[in-house]
Design a protein around this ligand. Structure first.
Ligand code: MG
Length: 384
């Protein structure tokens, strides 16, 4: 098992740094599978350490036994609980094992998951953050390229300011409130987007789990006239009771799931009707195996699935897309269009994206290989 991390600046996206983490699993038959566990801030280093510990569980095992190895890794941590850091580590191994199985059988991963129900994966993108005018301008540009759904967080600038963190950091919950001025600005952003792209383009709003119940309810009600497809993570992910209270108070559709781990975390979402859409993350929730299972659970509740991409790297994008090629109850997959060049700098061949859709090839496995020369030339300074 080789762990590869990369960090590099992306000039076309405001100079943001990419911090992506990849894994390569090698078999004694000469096959190599690729996985990914990109996540925010210190999470990458924690997962890297966990993967080094999991190595002992994997060396000498039969790479064909994906389901058994998933359970072996998951049940290894029964005292502290395996969700979060450990499921991120498991995810990257699981994705690499599916890549290996596809290469061994000379079939794309989607064939091994039941075969295709579609020939392309519909995506949604993110307009560049900024003033209402800047967001509207980039939205128009993306619509002209063929994108038909756009997501933004119109609240982020004040939340980041309050937390004293810069644009390269995750925003985090503290008191869960928002000033009247920031609320006004957020509505101005959404209004500018809607006026710029017209009524047919879908607009999704991400609250990043930053708000307390009254704030989330007030914001959702205020933005409802702009015909939102969904209002994402209105409150932090730990309290399903808070989510229920918000859901019962607003009309706008709700989406959650990027910080829910494994099929077990999704049980209350389905059972208690807490969301209209779910957005599991293939590199956090348990990999290709788990994303397929969660999607099938959602299918039985007629809930659409929309894989999350924060943006993680291209292995994450490709792994989730292979699953969505086989999932009937698919909405769209998240993809940050402004990171496309960055994605293509770490893999071969380039992602095939046209008119807001991702097309997968019929190459065996995931169909993408890491450019290890590029990645090694841009190591992540915090843990490599
Ligand atoms: Mg989100």
């Amino acid at each position: 098992m080789k762990l590869l991390g990369t960090s590099f600046d992306c000039a076309d996206h405001g100079g943001h740094s990419h911090r992506w983490a990849f894994l390569q699993l090698e078999t004694d038959e000469g096959l190599t599978g690729v996985g990914e566990w990109s996540c925010s801030l210190g999470g990458i280093a924690l997962v890297a350490k966990t993967l080094q510990l999991l190595r002992a569980d994997l060396v000498g095992e039969d790479a064909n036994d994906i389901e058994r190895l998933w359970h072996k890794m998951y049940r290894h941590y029964f005292s502290l609980g395996p969700r979060g850091v450990v499921t991120a580590a498991i995810s990257s191994v699981d994705i690499a094992l599916w890549d290996i199985k596809g290469k061994a059988l000379n079939r794309p991963v989607y064939d091994l998951l039941g075969g295709r129900v579609r020939d392309r994966v519909l995506l949604y993108s993110h307009p560049q953050a900024g003033t209402p005018e800047e967001v509207a301008e980039d939205s128009v540009k993306q619509v002209a390229e063929g994108w038909t759904a756009l997501k933004t967080d119109p609240f982020r600038s004040e939340v980041r300011k309050r937390m004293g963190v810069g644009p390269g950091f995750e925003i985090r919950y503290m008191e869960g409130a928002l000033s009247a001025e920031a609320e006004e600005t957020a509505e101005a952003v959404v209004r500018a987007m809607r006026e710029a792209v017209g009524p047919k383009i879908e607009i999704l709003i991400d609250a990043h789990g930053n708000f307390n119940v009254p704030t989330a309810v007030r914001l959702a009600r205020r933005l409802t006239p702009y015909k939102l497809t969904w209002f994402e993570e209105p409150c932090p992910p730990e309290s399903f009771d808070a989510l229920r209270q918000i859901r019962e108070s607003v009309e706008v559709p709700i989406c959650v799931g990027e910080r829910l781990f494994t099929r077990f975390d999704f049980v209350p979402i389905f059972r208690d009707r807490l969301a209209d859409y779910i957005m599991p993350d293939v590199v956090l929730t348990g990999g290709i195996s788990e994303l397929k299972k969660i999607a099938t659970m959602a299918e039985s509740y007629y809930i659409p699935v929309s894989p999350h991409n924060p943006p993680g790297g291209p292995v994450q994008v490709t792994a989730a897309a292979h699953v969505m090629m086989t999932v009937p109850n698919f909405y769209r997959q998240e993809f940050a269009r402004n990171y496309l060049d960055a994605h293509n700098s770490v893999i071969t061949p380039a992602l095939d994206i046209r008119n807001g859709c991702l097309f997968l090839s019929n190459r065996p496995g995931l169909g993408v290989e890491l450019d290890t020369d590029f990645i090694k030339a841009h190591p992540d300074p915090d843990w490599c």
